[in-house]
Design a protein around this ligand. Sequence first.
Ligand code: SAM
Length: 377
Amino acid sequence: MKIVVTTLQGLENVLAKELADLNLQNIKISKRAVECEGSWAQLYKCNYQVRTAIRVLVPIQEFQVSNEDQLYDAVYSIDWYPYIKEENTLAIRAAANSPVFKNSRYVTYKAKDAIVDHLRDKYGYRPSIDTKNPDTQVHIFISDEKLIVSLDSSGQSLHLRNYKERFYKAPLNEVIAAGIILLSDWNQQDTFYDPMCGSGTLVSEALMMASNLPPGYFIKEFGFQKWADYHPEIFKAIKQSADERIQQPECAFKGSDYNKFAVRDLKKNLQRLPFREKVQVFQRDFFKTSAHEAHHVIINPPYDKRVEQKGLDDFYKMTGDHLKNHWQGSQAWIFTTRKDAMKSFGLHSSKKYTLDNGGDEAKLYKFEIYAGSKKRG
Ligand SMILES: C[S@@+](CC[C@H](N)C(=O)[O-])C[C@H]1O[C@@H](n2cnc3c(N)ncnc32)[C@H](O)[C@@H]1O
């Protein structure tokens, strides 16, 4: 079957690699999504095991549409009976990226009317709408005039991994945190350290990754588990074989922040995760830290947006200087939306990626910190 896995902009290549590792076939990268082909078992794996997936969709049909009436007619023309029986509830979610269909909410209403009218006219019943916990979630995607109607097998967005209880200021989305770690070529041997950890999304995702804990491990129910053609025995086998691979990580982990509430929140968030004893959590000002051995450092510093930071240029300059003087032998990655402030950082990056962070363009920069690290001229 055809499968479309959605993600955040900038993570498409990482997602494609994750899907290739699970032997999905005919992988094609598009904007914020990767298309592929696979079996029921692979559809379930995409939901349970892929760290950079947001939603896993199964397309039903594609159309060309150039106005609202054509959109309605196209959705109406699908036989909805196999997917939505009388007792089922329904939700519709739309993403429109088109000069004709600018309002996603309106697209949602139009598609809902078409499905409900189809079932009433042809089968004599009207399904109830349940936007929170529907039995069937239909996904409408319009890019220019191309309409793709899919079933959403995930239910909720897969970044909601369900292990986090506390959200200190400006937490990263779990999918972006996992994507940053995968992009950062971490060898899973060097100690992983986030010295401005907030509520600790990066540390938690790194621990899950190194212990092979599936990202879906704590998710209570996926959308596909409510489908009429759900195969519980296949999902049970997928879950069992993935869970058997959970292992004690070889390396150590550290998360620190100068704010005591952030440290408290990280401790709380780690409580559900196996091997949390491998993570050292402490309150410390980054500018008082140093290392004598190689660490894999990832920092998501304040942007002076949701987390206030006075004198942002000076703060970024001090961060670059501190890494250069006290973190020699380590690799440091900085994830920020403030490329203006990064001009003051003072070190040359050896790699750079562009990602979308909640609608803002963000960059992930790599710095090799060694004695005499190059200063930018
Ligand atoms: C953008 S937030 C990090 C969010 C985090 N990545 C998460 O997912 O929860 C930036 C963090 O840097 C911390 N911070 C700012 N200055 C610091 C310093 N000098 N030393 C340590 N932490 C600092 C703030 O307290 C805040 O928690």
